[in-house]
Write a protein that binds this ligand. Structure first.
Ligand code: FBP
Length: 305
């Protein structure tokens, strides 16, 4: 094991060998294996946004098999999906790429200003399907935060006992925040801290903007001159907010956008010390060859020393 992977695993030394092995698998898989960086393909958007919104731009994506093949061919570190999709692919692709079972999900058929996902899969499902990790979304800022935090507390305990990795999608949202506030730098940093304190091994957040949502926080950012003017600086601050970089923090891709815009964002995430990306729509909504090419360029950015 190289020094960087040893260092990362040392931050999790309280965990059992099963969890460390699964984390190691994710860190060692694919083209970024051994670098301490990672790129993951998440495909839960069919559930989260609806099938046509997610897959009409590239209809091959209606089939869960398409995504796991894309993740393997591109040399990614892991693939995340809800229960039904994992059940379709788990047997045929067993052992070929670490799977993250998305264990709660939300849909847009009942739009509440205080969203809360439903628990849609269990630790037992993850073990039965040979997954390395469970994935769980929390919405800090929703008035239902208490239920989500308590659900992940219970599921994380069970997952850790079973030797799985816990990945938290920490997405600020709800009546406590303005729309702009969902990606404000102070709020995203706070969301990373909350996920770390809830026991996440890996944390997924959205790239933060320069906006500061909370008045009390604003005073502190100004007083201490916390640099937040470039995305790289903001990424650095978010990573620092997750135990001074001792938790793996990765950044999501967001709605489909131009290639140059995606690549520039990745360069900044890399420069800011982000551990990698979890990119869904920007890859699977492109035709396969184009997606493979983009993923190749994304990986090349993370690969550079
Ligand atoms: P994308 O790269 O497509 O944004 O995927 C990352 C992700 O976290 C998905 O797992 C999830 O479905 C989606 O973002 C949620 O997006 P939104 O917050 O816009 O509903």
């Amino acid at each position: 094991m190289n020094e960087r992977i040893k260092e990362i695993l040392s931050w999790y030394s309280g965990e059992n060998p099963g969890t460390l092995r699964n984390l190691y698998r994710i860190l060692m898989q694919g083209r970024l294996g051994g670098t301490g960086k990672m790129v993951i393909l998440p495909v839960d958007q069919g559930f989260e946004h609806g099938p046509a919104r997610s897959f009409a731009p590239n209809p091959a994506g209606y089939d869960p098999v398409y995504h796991v093949k894309l993740a393997i061919e591109a040399g990614l570190n892991a693939h995340a999906a809800p229960l039904g999709s994992i059940e379709v692919i788990a047997r045929e692709y067993a052992g070929q790429i670490p799977l993250i079972l998305k264990a709660n999900n939300h849909d847009v058929l009942n739009q509440s200003s205080d969203p809360i996902p439903a628990v849609t899969a269990s630790v037992e499902d993850a073990l039965r399907l040979g997954c390395s990790a469970i994935g769980f979304t929390i919405y800090p800022g929703s008035s239902n935060f208490k239920q989500m935090y308590e659900e992940i507390r219970a599921m994380a305990l069970e997952a850790k006992r079973a030797g799985l990795v816990v990945v938290i999608w920490s997405y600020p949202r709800g009546s406590g925040l303005s729309k702009k506030g969902e990606t404000a730098v102070d709020v995203v940093a706070y969301a990373a801290q909350i996920a770390a304190q809830l026991g996440a091994h890996m944390i997924k957040v959205k790239p933060p903007t320069e906006h500061i949502e909370l008045e009390e926080a604003k005073k502190v950012y100004e007083k201490y001159n916390i640099p937040i003017s470039t995305l790289a600086e903001r990424v650095r601050h978010v990573v620092q907010s997750a135990f001074d970089g001792k938790r793996i923090v990765i950044f999501s891709g967001g709605p489909a956008k131009g290639k140059e815009e995606v690549l520039e964002e990745i360069r900044q995430i890399k420069e800011g010390g982000g551990f990698g990306s979890i990119v869904g729509r920007n890859t699977f909504q492109r035709p396969k060859e184009e997606a493979l090419k983009l993923l190749d360029e994304i990986i090349s950015i993370y690969e550079k020393d």
